[in-house]
Design a protein around this ligand. Structure first.
Ligand SMILES: Cc1ncc(COP(=O)(O)O)c(C=O)c1O
Length: 332
């Protein structure tokens, strides 16, 4: 095995192992049930799998266009119109990506320069911080209150400086399952007024939302949408996380910058899956019924935990359910 014998100037010297790898390692070591992987253990809809097969057999196996196939971008635009009454141009404002992670990476790469400050809310999905740092940016972390994970907008206001370039929000939130309210969005709107701060809204759990809560997409708020990258994940939505398919929606000027990076880090993404998704999304019940589907699973899971020493607030969305183990003794 060749060995590299020169000093390494790591671009990310502080990056720890992902929490998913740590927890999965511990579960294997302790022979415990692993509930912390962040992906479902049931199959995707067989209709969708058949549509991918059909696209492969019918020869959709060469590069797709750089921004994604038009029929998929068009059906996403129609979905945005139907759900949020907002019109995005599929030609200039929607780009198909290799999962939301690539969309987030690309949005940050396209906009964050050395010494720019980016506000994130912690705990946060683990790709935000290293990506900001990779491009010379500085992460400004706002710690969420562990009791209810609510955002203290007064605290956020105090952290805004003339170097603040971007704020990243995520609702429904990984890992707390908290959903931002309309009031949260209005507070954010007032905070960003008269600034040139960009917004990255990670909406991968848009359809996995419970108890009648409404997803407050940034798209519903024109003063936010005009400065926002919205990132989404088909992998999360259709529980096929291994397919790594997603998209980014942003105003044309921002999409232009986004695509300058996108075309050189992936160029384009898996063609047959795009063809399949374009057809599958024609049936809105395929995504509109997901809230109920996952809520049943959450309720069943929590019914098993009732009477245990875990404390919890039912998650309002996402794949996640936090449990407080303060009543359980840890023997060292
Ligand atoms: C909040 C959040 N954003 C983005 C992603 C990544 O989505 P994808 O698998 O489509 O890259 C995840 C995955 O866990 C997530 O929880």
């Amino acid at each position: 095995m060749p060995t590299y014998n020169f000093p390494i100037q790591s671009k990310l010297p502080e990056i720890p192992t992902s929490i998913f790898a740590v927890m999965s390692g511990l579960a294997t070591e302790q022979n415990a049930l692993n509930l912390s992987q962040g992906f479902p253990n049931f199959e995707s809809d067989s209709k969708l799998i058949q549509l991918v097969n059909k696209a492969m057999v019918s020869g959709k196996n060469q590069y797709a266009p750089m921004p994604g196939i038009f029929s998929l971008r068009k059906v996403i635009a129609e979905k945005m119109e139907r759900l949020y009454n907002v019109s995005y141009n599929p030609d200039t404002e929607i780009t198909i990506t290799a999962g939301a992670t690539q969309a987030i990476f690309t949005a940050i790469a396209a906009t964050i320069k050395k010494d720019d400050e980016v506000l994130i809310f912690k705990p946060a999905y683990d790709c935000y911080e290293p990506t900001i740092e990779l491009f010379g940016g500085k992460t400004i972390a706002v710690q969420l209150n562990p009791e209810d994970f609510k955002i203290d907008w007064q605290e956020v206001r105090k952290l805004i400086t003339d170097k603040t370039r971007m704020i990243i929000i995520n609702s429904p939130h990984n890992p707390s399952g908290r959903v931002l309210s309309k009031n949260d969005m209005l507070q954010l709107e007032s905070l960003l007024k008269n600034t040139n701060i960009l917004l990255l809204s990670d909406e991968v759990y848009e359809h996995i939302i419970f108890d009648g809560e409404q997803h407050q997409s940034v798209a519903l708020f024109p003063a936010l949408a005009e400065r926002a990258f919205i990132t989404a994940s088909f992998g999360k939505t259709f529980h096929n996380t291994g397919w790594k398919m997603g998209y980014c929606i942003a105003p044309a000027e921002l999409t232009k910058e986004f695509r300058k990076v996108h075309q050189f880090n992936v160029f384009s993404v898996h063609h047959p899956t795009q063809v399949a998704l374009a057809e599958y999304l024609q049936t809105p019940s395929n995504y509109l019924e997901l809230g109920g589907f996952y809520q049943e699973k959450r309720d069943l899971f929590l019914s098993y935990l009732k009477g245990s020493r875990f404390e919890f607030r039912p998650s309002k969305g996402t794949y996640f359910q936090l449990l407080n183990f303060k009543n359980i003794e840890v023997s060292s």
